[in-house]
Structure formats: C-alpha cells, structure tokens
Design a protein around this ligand. Structure first.
Ligand code: 0O2
Length: 207
C-alpha cells in the first residue's frame, strides 16, 4: 500500500523498486555461482543459505522521516543503503571473508561502505559483516548502478541475531529488566562466538 507521501511519485517509485529487485537477483546469482565454484574447489559449500528482502514502503518512509529527509525517489536512492538486502549465511567465519573478497574483486561491483561487526562487535553482542555495494543493472538504454546491502553471518551469528530480533522487536522492556536482559543476550553472543571458534578449530584439526 502506498502512503500519501508517495502518491505523486508512483511510477518512478515503482520503477526504482523494480531496479532494487533486479539488483537483488544479480547479487544473489553471483553468490550462487561462487558457491558452485567453491564447492568444486574445496568439496564443501561455504554458503548455508541466502535470504533476500526488499524494504517495505512503510519502512522506507519511516527511515527517511527519521533521518529528516523529504520523502521522494531521489532521497530514497541517495540516503538509504538497505532498501535491497541480502543475507548470506555461511558455515565458518573464514568463509565470510573469502566470499566478501571474491565478490569485491568482481569488476562490476563497487564497494560503497564496509562495517565489520565481527572484528568490532556491537556493544549488545551483534556480529556480522555488512557490505554496501553497487551493482549495475542494464536497462533498455542505460546502465544504472543500484545499492545493495549484503550481511554475511555464520549460522551461530544468524541464530543469535534472529532470536535477539524476535525477543526485542517492538517490545517495550521495563527498565529494571533491561540491563539483566542485555547482560544475558551479551552472554549468549559470546557463547555463539565460542561455538564458531570451536567449530573452526575442529575443521582445522581435520584438515
Ligand atoms: P531490518 O528489518 O533487518 O531491515 P544505516 O542503515 O547505516 O543508516 P545502521 O543502523 O547504522 O543504519 O546500519 P547497521 O548498523 O549496518 O545495521 C543495519 C541492519 O543490521 C539492521 O537492519 C539489522 O538487519 C542488522 N542489525 C544491526 N544491529 C543489529 C542488532 O543489534 N540486532 C539484530 N538482530 N540485527 C541488527 P534494520 O533496518 O534494523 O532492520
């Protein structure tokens, strides 16, 4: 459903959302190709699963308002980096960095921004490697660069982030419970990280 703010922009907005969908397809295909190729080289698939999502119009409007920008296609394209989102869930931490490197060395990919929440976890324990990239979409008469946010996580990082999101999302937590819950969740994040490291050392031992 289009909110009132977008009414005058229906066609360009629809067009832009179609470009974001195309960009998701392009990048997803790149990862599927890499997974095939790497599974031939190393005899295992580094990617456990790929999820994609397009930000809803309501979330786009909310984020633009929050950042204090007018609601239109230009501001959406310029200031929002996560309208097209891909989450690549990998087996091991090393797979994350290898896949990120393989993606970034492709000559039709531009890196806009990198946030490494694995090297520098968020204070609440969140871990993931975020890349904002631009990928070209070939249209009838032009080539358009479209932004995509790629989040790389291990299974353990994804487990933690999914449950943390479920537990907290749209919930008002009492002040007296807040610090207890934050502490517990941080402990769980640490356990997930320990699991990742243990699984990696088992892998290394076997090799
Ligand atoms: P959704 O529903 O996934 O879209 P920016 O986009 O750069 O203006 P920010 O917050 O600096 O905003 O971006 P950042 O830190 O790279 O994180 C954006 C996304 O990472 C979030 O998207 C989440 O998907 C994920 N994320 C970041 N921190 C956490 C966290 O503490 N817990 C969980 N579960 N996920 C996190 P959205 O838009 O919040 O949500």
């Amino acid at each position: 459903v289009m909110s009132d703010e977008w009414q005058e922009e229906i066609l360009p907005h629809k067009q832009m959302m179609a470009y974001y969908r195309c960009a998701i397809m392009e990048v997803e295909t790149k990862f599927r190709v890499l997974n095939e190729e790497l599974s031939l080289c190393y005899d295992r698939n580094p990617i456990e699963s790929i999820h994609s999502r397009l930000k809803s119009n309501a979330s786009i409007t909310k984020k633009l308002k929050l950042k204090g920008y007018p609601i239109n296609v230009e501001t959406m394209e310029k200031y929002l980096y996560d309208i097209a989102g891909l989450r690549v869930v990998c087996s091991f931490k090393l797979d994350i960095y290898h896949l990120a490197q393989c993606l970034l060395q492709q000559d039709d990919i531009r890196l806009v921004k990198k946030k490494d929440y694995i090297q520098n976890p968020k204070a609440n324990g969140y871990r993931s490697l975020h890349l904002i990239i631009e990928v070209p979409i070939f249209l009838e008469n032009e080539k358009k660069w479209v932004k995509v946010e790629v989040q790389f996580r291990t299974l353990a990082m994804d487990f933690w982030a999914s449950l943390e999101h479920k537990l907290r999302y749209k919930k008002v937590i009492d002040d007296d419970k807040e610090s207890y819950i934050a502490h517990q969740l941080l402990g769980c994040a640490q356990m997930c990280n320990d699991l990742d490291d243990k699984m990696s050392s088992i892998k290394e031992y076997l090799e």
